[in-house]
Design a protein around this ligand. Structure first.
Ligand SMILES: Nc1ncnc2c1ncn2[C@@H]1O[C@H](COP(=O)(O)OP(=O)(O)OP(=O)(O)O)[C@@H](O)[C@H]1O
Ligand SMILES: [Mg+2]
Length: 217
């Protein structure tokens, strides 16, 4: 069987990743694709336990290197238990964040450096690489406004300072520029509907190219 297709969503807090993953999943489902929706950190029982540590507002003293290893540990579990098996069975995998989040947040945001984070994650990703990465791009200001309006409880990463988010935002831009074939940057400052339409267009194009216009099921 032909290998599945791996799509990751990236962007800052409040960019709309979770909502867009949901909308895209329902479009794909309607089109007959076998879809798996997952997220990082998390996506597995053990990964969700790690998420409870990384997102706990009490853990303000979490060391940046420890944070990087925790994200990577959750990812190793995620790749082994969800991503690889799903791709091997031909599914379309939608992940709300993946390794680019670590490079942007720990590499640029925490200033550990992009190369160090990439190397630290090599063992965790074990060769798994997204076929398409949709970067939902909103400025840190818009991101903050949306998160403040949202009913979702604040987590540890919501409590960081503005300059941290500026570095994350700039970091993502660097990553997208480096791999223009994999990254599609979507202006996520537009309405939810407009962003969803753009995401759907981009995804359809990528899937048609990959599967040669033959539907998966
Ligand atoms: N394009 C948009 N325009 C206006 N509001 C939006 C848009 N996209 C998302 N929102 C709102 O912003 C909030 C955050 O959206 P969502 O949870 O999807 O973002 P996220 O990228 O998953 O954030 P996090 O990284 O915190 O999980 C929600 O209240 C959502 O309704
Ligand atoms: Mg989310």
């Amino acid at each position: 069987m032909r290998r599945g297709f791996f799509i990751t969503f990236e962007g800052g807090e409040g960019a709309g990743k979770s909502i867009q993953v949901e909308i895209l999943a329902s479009h794909l489902f309607e089109e007959g694709y076998d879809v798996v929706v997952t997220r990082e950190p998390g996506g597995t029982r053990i990964g969700e336990q790690i998420r409870a540590i990384t997102h706990n507002t009490e853990n303000v003293d979490l060391n940046p290197v420890a944070e990087a290893y925790l994200m990577s540990a959750a990812r190793a579990q995620h790749v082994a238990q969800v991503i690889e098996p799903s791709l091997e069975s031909g599914k379309v995998v939608l992940s709300d964040r993946f390794v680019d989040s670590s490079i942007s947040y720990q590499g640029y945001g925490r200033k550990l450096g992009p190369d160090l984070i990439k190397n630290l994650n090599a063992l965790a990703v074990n060769g798994a690489a997204p076929d398409l990465t949709i970067l939902l791009s909103v400025t840190p200001e818009v991101s903050m406004k949306r998160r403040n309006k949202s009913k979702k409880a604040k987590d540890r990463l919501d409590l960081q300072q503005h300059d941290f988010y500026s570095r994350v935002y700039e970091g993502y831009k660097v990553l997208a520029k480096k791999e223009p074939n994999r990254f599609i940057v979507v202006d996520a400052g537009k309405s939810i509907e407009k962003v969803a339409t753009e995401v759907w267009d981009v995804t359809q194009r990528a899937l048609n190219e990959y599967y040669g216009k033959i539907k998966k099921k």
